[in-house]
Design a protein around this ligand. Sequence first.
Ligand code: AMP
Ligand code: FES
Ligand code: ZN
Ligand code: ZN
Length: 305
Amino acid sequence: MKCRICGQKAVIKLRQHNLALCEEHFDEFFLKRVKKAIKEYRLFGQSDKLLIAVSGGKDSLSLWDALVRLGYHVDGLHIDLGIGEYSIRSRKITEEFAMEHKFRLIIVEAEDFLEGYTVPKASQRLRRSPCSLCGLLKRYVMNRVGVEKGYDVLVTGHNLDDESATLLGNLLTWQEEYLRRQYPVLESTHENLLRKVKPLIYLTEREVAAYAVLRSIKYVEEECPLSRGATSLEYKSALNQLEVHHPGTKHRFLHTFLQRRPFGSAKSLQLLSCSECGYPTTSKVCSMCRTKVRLKESSHEIRTS
Ligand code: AMP
Ligand code: FES
Ligand code: ZN
Ligand code: ZN
C-alpha cells in the first residue's frame, strides 16, 4: 500500500476517502481537517484565549497537540471525577502530557463542587445515574472555570463518531430541541456562558487514534467503567457496522445534517442568572446548585438518623 501523494509506504488506509497516506501526509491531512472545521464554522480566531477540556483520552489530547501546532493559544482543564483507578490514570496521563509539552493545565476535583463527594459517591447518595450527574458536573465546571479565568472559548474533543452517534440517538428519540442545539459551535447567550466549539467533527475515532500513535501521545484507552453498556456505545457500533459496507456513511449522515439543519437552529432561550451562583439557568436556581442542596440534605439525614 503506497501513499497517494508521494508514493512512499502508506501507514493508514482511509476507505471513506479512498485514500492511503504515509506518516507525513496523514499528519498534513489531520491538521487540514481540523483547520477545515475551524474555518467553515468560524470556531475561533488566532487572538482568542482557548480553554480545552481534556479527559486524558485520545481525542482531547490529540486536539490540544494539533491546536498548539496550528499556532493557537490553548490551556487545558481536567476534571478529576473520582471514579477510582480510571480517574487516577486519566489525571496522571493528562498531567504528564501537559508537563512534557509545557502546556498550562488547570485541575479541578469533583469533590469541590459536590459537597465533598466523588461522582460515584454522589450518584449513590442521590440515587441518580452517575452518567447524568457526571454530565451535569462537567458542563457546569467547564463553563464556570472558563468564565472565571477569563477564557473566550471552550473547546471539546467530540469527534465524528461521537457526533454521528449523538445524532442517531437524538433522531431515534425525536429530541427536537437537542437536534436544534447539535452544532459545532454554540454561541454565548449569557454574560456567564462561554462559547463552545468542537473542532474534531471532520475526523473519525480511528483517525484520531492514528494521530495520537504517530505523535507518540500516551492516552487512556479504557472507557469509563460507569459508562459500560451505555446506549451511545451501541449507536457507535451500529454506525460502524454500516460503515464497513458503505464507507463514508458517518460523514454523510452528520455533515448533511449540519448543512441542512432540518430542525432549525437552537431557540434563543431566555437565560436567567442562578440566584445562588450567578451562572446561567432556565429556572430560578440552576441544576448544579439544586443538586448541591440535595447532597447537603442527604448528608444531614445520615448524621441525624
Ligand atoms: P465524553 O463525554 O467522555 O465523550 O467526552 C467528550 C469531551 O468532553 C472530551 O473530548 C473532552 O473534551 C471533554 N471531557 C470529558 N471528560 C472530561 C474530564 N474528566 N475533564 C475534562 N474534560 C473532559
Ligand atoms: Fe462520566 Fe463516566 S465519565 S460517568
Ligand atoms: Zn506521502
Ligand atoms: Zn447555581
